[in-house]
Design a protein around this ligand. Sequence first.
Ligand code: AMP
Length: 189
Amino acid sequence: MIVVLLGPPGAGKGTQANILCKSKELFHFSTGDILRDEIKKKSEIGQKIESIINAGKLVGDEIIIKIVEKILSEELSRNKGILFDGFPRNVDQARGFEELLKKKKQKIDCVIHILIDEEEIIKRIQKRQSEENRDDDNVDVLKSRLDVYLKETTPLIDLYKKNNILKTLDGMQAIESVSNDMSKSIDEI
Ligand code: AMP
């Protein structure tokens, strides 16, 4: 099973992915977590991408697609499915993803779009900054991340709506209610 989580920064994708992956035995694939790990390790990729992430911009598609290809090969057979949190982030990544899945005789089963308003996003990111100390969680970088989300990522909403695989959920609800809605969406697949 292939599930994609779509939503702006602060929508709760990571939190919800953690809950859902445990209950549905899915592999949680967060491109953001993998990239942050590369930075921590000071790997070659990590050094290339640090300033991009800290500026709130998107890392190049080539790097991302390579990471996704590796994870698909390793984790598809080991798990009931994979939940993608933070990928794809633009139309080119969505196309690349489709090609990779086709090679593996797979397709996206469901795209869960978490809807949340901007005021709430700012509140949540400020809270997360005090808890996790992420370099890209401050109001200036958030503006850039939101801008990137609107320009690059929101076109995917229409794309997946046309493919009839999009489910939009109210991300303003309590964490547990959002999880319940997500769980139902996955059960309907
Ligand atoms: P996230 O943890 O999903 O909020 O991602 C944090 C940052 O990692 C983003 O602001 C981007 O700089 C980078 N990133 C994560 N996923 C992707 C992706 N699919 N494509 C490009 N950049 C990404």
